[in-house]
Design a protein around this ligand. Structure first.
Ligand code: HPA
Length: 247
């Protein structure tokens, strides 16, 4: 074992992205690099949480180059069984406004589906962990933070944003669009880890507001504005899940 985790407590795993750049959640955390059979992962840890910054230490790993297999495997190796993915998304629906928080209940991922079962015939049934989803929703409610309790997440491979025509298609089937969650949820399922997601809505997806042009620099800027409520929910979750208060 490379990290000594407190066995009396349930350490929570968090994978964070653009919407947690520079978060104060991790001010007291220590850094570590861990080797897995799929590659090396940079992470931060405290007694209560193991945090993987999805875009790496220097934030330069683009969405289509994230090593999802290594990231999820680290949690398995460390015995961290509950994982919350925090992701940034665009809204596919006019009534899901930028700055909302969404706790998706399902996802669509039609291509680039990662798997750890390259040589073995295993077909998992994908899905999100309902118990963890409920924990996120309860913690948010108890903190007076509004969350949208359901939503379908449509994953694209990135790094480019979507065309107007793609969004027109997606909005019939999903509520938000992003580049990460489905890959993490699928691998978590394969590794028998529990995974749920909380997404911050940074923008309306391309063409949802007809006249609006999308600009990724603005999306990243807006992501940091959305951080405060997300941090509050995660802070409470770290506390609540350790002692199974909500489970
Ligand atoms: N599309 C894809 N991913 C995103 C978006 C978007 O509009 N906003 C934040 N992440």
């Amino acid at each position: 074992m490379l990290l000594r985790l407190d066995k009396k407590k349930m350490t929570l795993g968090i994978i964070g992205g653009t919407n947690l750049f520079g978060t104060k959640l991790l001010e007291a955390a220590k850094e570590k690099e861990i080797e897995t059979e799929y590659g090396t992962v940079y992470l931060l840890f405290t007694d209560d949480v193991v945090f993987i910054p999805r875009h790496g230490k220097t934030r330069n790993i683009l969405p289509h180059k994230i090593n999802y297999k290594a990231n999820l495997t680290v949690f398995k190796v460390l015995g961290v069984e509950k994982i919350i993915g925090a992701t940034s998304v665009g809204s596919l629906k006019r009534d899901i406004k930028p700055r909302s928080l969404v706790v998706p209940h399902d996802y669509i991922n039609l291509y680039n589906i990662p798997t750890i079962y390259d040589d073995e015939i295993v077909h998992v049934t994908p899905g999100l962990d309902e118990g963890l989803r409920n924990s996120i929703i309860k913690v948010a409610k108890n903190s007076g933070i509004d969350v949208i309790e359901r939503g379908v997440y449509f994953q694209t491979p990135g790094p480019r944003l979507e065309t107007r025509a793609e969004i027109k298609f997606m909005k019939n089937y999903a509520d938000v669009v992003g580049m990460n969650m489905a890959s993490e949820a699928t691998l978590a399922k394969e590794l028998e880890l529990r995974y749920a997601n909380i997404s911050t809505v940074e923008n309306y997806a391309h063409g949802i507001i007809a006249e609006e042009e999308l600009d990724y620099k603005k999306i990243i800027e807006d992501a940091s504005k959305n951080m405060e409520n997300l941090e509050k929910v995660l802070m409470k979750l770290i506390d609540a899940l350790q002692y199974e208060k909500y489970m």
